[in-house]
Design a protein around this ligand. Structure first.
Ligand SMILES: [Zn+2]
Length: 163
């Protein structure tokens, strides 16, 4: 996942006859791109005939292949929406990160008390699970034996208490 501080900087990239990366041949269209790398605008086509100029269909009259300010602004309009959407999503991303780190803290705390000898029944009472089995099931994916958690911890405790 990208950092919260990632910046979104938009620009208009030329599309060449042999593809976006080709950088050769004539410009056949354009597309807005973003510095985040995870977004790209739709394709706008270039036409040499002024009669074919149709911005609503994303066809722009541009005999030279070099865009003026106004058409550039038009294409970048798609990127404006992307940037606004990304800004609007920041609270969701923050909340998601909070819940992920809270889950991590919970797993570590449960791991710790199990290693210290607490039972799944005791854990169940604290987290509101219906039974020790239910609690164990809730954490089974992250505390499977291959993670070396519950079993190893308990063995460790048994050695400590001399069982
Ligand atoms: Zn972006």
């Amino acid at each position: 996942m990208n950092s919260l501080l990632e910046t979104h900087r938009g620009w208009v990239a030329d599309i060449f006859a042999d593809g976006l990366q080709g950088r050769s041949g004539e410009v056949i269209g354009w597309r807005a791109l973003c510095s985040c790398g995870s977004w790209r605008g739709r394709t706008w086509l270039r036409t040499d005939r002024s009669a074919d100029h149709a911005p609503s269909a994303r066809v722009l009259y541009c005999p030279t292949g070099r865009l003026d300010v106004e058409p550039t602004r038009l294409i970048l309009g798609e990127w404006d929406y992307h940037q606004l959407e990304m800004q609007a999503l920041i609270p969701v991303r923050l909340a998601f990160q909070d819940s992920a780190s809270a889950e991590q803290r919970l797993v570590e705390a449960v791991r710790f008390v199990l290693a210290a000898g607490a039972s799944w029944d005791a854990v169940a009472r604290v987290i509101g699970a219906s039974s020790g089995e239910a609690a164990e099931q809730r954490f089974s994916a992250v505390m499977s034996p291959e993670h070396g958690v519950a079993a190893g911890g308990t063995d460790c405790l048994r050695r400590v208490v001399g069982e």
